[in-house]
Design a protein around this ligand. Structure first.
Ligand SMILES: *Cc1c(COP(=O)(O)O)cnc(C)c1O
Length: 371
């Protein structure tokens, strides 16, 4: 018999991991159950009871005991109708996060992926996981996309995929259709336009789909449709592009319940439209309030979150808010020094956030004066 102890002592998992993954830090979403949750751009309203009941009624024998429809045929039909495209132009995913990874596994590995920073962090993480090289192409100081810079990077060999988030997370601004079309016209690589927040604002890119076979649009049920827990996202693209991506897609990526429940959401979309309207009104109120706070710079947003900056380290402000029971997103780093992002909550939550922020900044000012 082999000496198991010796084997165990000599085993070192860090010698086996892909060297390019060694420095990657596992995604760690901390839970703070007591805090008001304004950190992940979710829909803050209680989920409509009537819609939840329709979903609960879906749980029956076949839905549980059989493998899901790997093509999500019925859901794709409903999404196609909602988005105004053909079912062949739709692929459903386990959140748009899964689709981002699948795009990169199909086209990115070994190549370069252009990312218009500051933006959603998962493009870079999934590029690294897929073995692609993420290349940051900085946005301008007003957070608009530097189209000429992006195009010149995209013309270099090995450029495979561009990620362009519009409206952009975390900055809250959107690119115009003209800017996006300008990029599509001038490059040969794929252009992924992430429209996770389209229901809140920004221009819909689907009119460009039939003209540009290199356009991929990402959308999700997670934000406006209040179902981040279901993990349903989708991609709109040319059928030839989707056929290639299907090669890497897990056959049963989207479970049966989520497929059926997402269809229920679309049947009840009017419920959510009212919430979206309320969130947009709240966004303007919070923005005005932030503008009037001393020492705060806030940025206009067409989404359900607001980017803002103070003169203190973002970590300090973040911690101060958390101690007062308000969880927001801390940004910071060399790209966004002193910046934070808050998701629009219910009217009560927004009031509590503004109150807490006012108090935290007062405390910090006092501390500074006493130094
Ligand atoms: C939240 C978010 C996503 C992720 O959506 P899922 O469908 O929940 O995976 C994708 N893109 C952006 C820009 C987001 O903010």
């Amino acid at each position: 018999m082999k000496d198991v102890k010796k084997l165990r002592d000599s085993f070192n998992v860090t010698k086996l991991i892909r060297p390019d993954l060694e420095k990657l830090i596992p995604y760690d979403a901390h839970l703070y159950p007591e805090a008001i949750k304004l950190d992940a751009n979710e829909n803050p309203f209680p989920f409509p009871q009537a819609v939840a009941q329709q979903m609960a009624a879906l749980v029956a024998d076949e839905l549980l005991s059989r493998y899901p429809d790997s093509d999500a045929i019925e859901l794709r039909k409903d999404i196609a109708e909602y988005a105004g495209v053909l079912p062949e132009q739709v692929m459903a995913g386990n959140g748009s996060d899964e689709l981002i990874l699948n795009i990169l596994l199909t086209f990115g590995t070994g190549g370069r992926v252009l990312i218009t920073n500051p933006t959603f962090g998962m493009y870079k993480i999934h590029a690294l996981i897929a073995g692609a090289r993420p290349i940051p192409v900085p946005r301008r100081s007003d957070f608009s996309v530097d189209v000429p810079a992006l195009v010149s990077y995209a013309r270099k060999p090995e450029a495979r995929v561009i990620f362009l988030c519009s409206p952009n997370n975390p900055t809250g601004n959107a690119s115009t259709l003209e800017e996006i079309e300008g990029v599509l016209q001038q490059v040969n690589c794929l252009v992924v336009v992430d429209q996770a927040y389209l229901e809140f604002g920004g221009e819909d890119c689907t009119p460009l789909l039939n003209r540009y076979p290199n356009l991929l649009i990402l959308r999700t049920f997670s934000k406006a449709f209040a179902t981040a827990g279901l993990r349903v996202g989708y991609m709109l693209a040319h059928p030839d592009v989707l056929r290639q991506i299907k090669k890497v897609k897990q056959p049963y990526n989207l479970n049966s319940f989520s497929q059926a429940a997402a269809r229920v959401v679309l049947k009840n979309k009017e419920h959510f439209k009212l919430q979206i309207q309320e969130i947009k009104e709240q966004r303007e109120k919070v923005y005005q309030n932030l503008q009037s706070l001393e020492g705060v710079t806030s940025y206009p947003s067409v989404t359900n979150y607001i980017l803002f900056r103070t003169n203190y380290a973002s970590k300090t402000v973040y911690q101060g808010l958390l101690e007062k029971g308000v969880l927001i997103r801390q940004l910071g780093g060399p790209e966004l020094p002193g910046f934070l992002r808050m998701s629009i909550g219910t009217p009560e939550e927004n009031t509590k956030f503004l109150q807490a922020l006012t108090e935290v900044l007062e405390q910090l000012r006092e501390e500074k004066d006493n130094c």
